[in-house]
Design a protein around this ligand. Structure first.
Ligand code: IMP
Length: 201
C-alpha cells in the first residue's frame, strides 16, 4: 500500500498544483476534506514556516485519531514585495480583507504599486511535513520576479496574473500549470521534499 499523505489545505489552486507535481510519486495523496477536516485554521505566526507548522499540527492532531500512520503536509505561502517592505507576506491571503477574491487582492496590490519604480518581488512557500513519531520537517522554495504594471492572463490563482518570474517573458497567469510548477516557489519546495523522501527509500 502506498503511504497516505494528507495535504492540509482547502485552497483549490494549491491542491491542483500539489496533485500535478506529485502525480507518479510513491505516495497516495488526500486533502483535508477527504479525511473530514473542514475547519478554518487561524494563522497566528509571523513567518511562513510558523504558519505551515500550525496548519500541519492542527490537521495531524485530527487525522492521527483515525488514521495512525498517515502523514500530513501543510503549505504556507505568499508574496513579498520589496517596495512594500515585504508586504503582503504572511498576510497575502488576508491583504484585501478576509473574504476578498484573488482579483480584489491583486487589484489592491496594483493600486499600491502604481507609482513604484522598484517592482521586485518574490513568492515564498514553506512546507511542514509531519510524520508519526517524528519532529516536524520543513522545506522551502522561492521564486523571484517582479510585479507587472497590469494583470496578464487568467491562469493559476491568487496573485499569479500580476507576477512576472525573473528571466521569463510570460507571467504566471499566462503559463500552463506545468510551466508554472517547473519554476514556482511551491514546485521547488515540493520537489525538495520529494528528494528527501526518495533518498530515504
Ligand atoms: P495561505 O498560505 O493559505 O496563507 O495563503 C497564501 C496566499 O498567498 C494565497 O491565498 C494567495 O493569495 C497567495 N499565493 C500563495 N501562493 C501563490 C501562488 O502560487 N500564486 C498566486 N498567489 C499565491
Amino acid at each position: 500500500m502506498p503511504q497516505a499523505v494528507v495535504i492540509a489545505t482547502g485552497n483549490a489552486g494549491k491542491v491542483s498544483e500539489f496533485c500535478a507535481i506529485l502525480k507518479g510519486s510513491a505516495f497516495s495523496f488526500l486533502v483535508s476534506k477527504d479525511v473530514g477536516f473542514i475547519e478554518e485554521i487561524e494563522e497566528t505566526a509571523q513567518t511562513f514556516k510558523g504558519n505551515a507548522e500550525i496548519k500541519a499540527k492542527a490537521v495531524f492532531e485530527y487525522v492521527s485519531q483515525k488514521y495512525k500512520d498517515y502523514w500530513v503536509v501543510a503549505d504556507d505561502s505568499g508574496l513579498e514585495v520589496e517596495a512594500l517592505g515585504g508586504r503582503p507576506g504572511v498576510f497575502s491571503a488576508r491583504y484585501a480583507g478576509e473574504n476578498a477574491t484573488g482579483v480584489e487582492r491583486y487589484t489592491k496590490l496594483l493600486q499600491e504599486m502604481e507609482r513604484q519604480t522598484n517592482r521586485n518581488a518574490r513568492f515564498v512557500c514553506s512546507l511542514c511535513l509531519i510524520r508519526p513519531g517524528r519532529r516536524p520537517e520543513f522545506f522551502e522554495g522561492e521564486c523571484r520576479g517582479s510585479i507587472l504594471p497590469q494583470a496578464r492572463g487568467s491562469g493559476g490563482f491568487g496573485y499569479d496574473p500580476v507576477f512576472l518570474p525573473e528571466g521569463y517573458s510570460n507571467g504566471f497567469g499566462e503559463m500552463s500549470e506545468e510551466e508554472k510548477n517547473a519554476l514556482s516557489h511551491r514546485g521547488r519546495a515540493i520537489r525538495s521534499m520529494l528528494e528527501r523522501l526518495n533518498a530515504e527509500t
